[in-house]
Ligand binder design. Sequence first.
Ligand code: RP5
Length: 168
Amino acid sequence: MGAKVAVLMGSRSDLPVLEKCFETLKEFGIEFEGRVLSAHRTPEEAAEFARSAERRGIKVFICAAGMAAHLAGVMASFTTLPVIGIPIASEPFNGIDSLLSMVQMPPGIPVAVVSAGKAGAQNAALLAVSIIATSDSGLSARLKEYRERQKAKVLAADKELSQSLEMK
Ligand code: RP5
């Protein structure tokens, strides 16, 4: 079939943050490709990747980057595919720099920015699943089941806490 989601990171140092993203895409059986491509250090390669993505069957981009985090915006400038940005925390501003870079796209070229860091990595994968599920009813059903399992866990924790407090 080929990859449907492109997961890009600005540096190899971003990889540990993306574990949950890969795990979540695998959980839903979504084929993906992962690349280290930098908007600043490898601009030609990044542009070529973005330009060729649609004809290679990619449906969604996920771009993680820190510091002057331009990767998501640069990818979005070369493709009309949806682009999701994950702000990565890095020195010296702890991710505020990457967050502000990503949420300040000028009008006309959108980037959907998720939570910073590991929570964002998971949410980016789930958002990519949601986008692909708009034309895949089986995937949509699996996403609804995922939500139900999540709900059941919270309700179980709530019940357990209530019971333990009653015993005191
Ligand atoms: C960004 O600069 C990367 O996305 C990374 O988060 C940050 C630091 O990169 P390294 O110096 O660790 O390669 O481009």
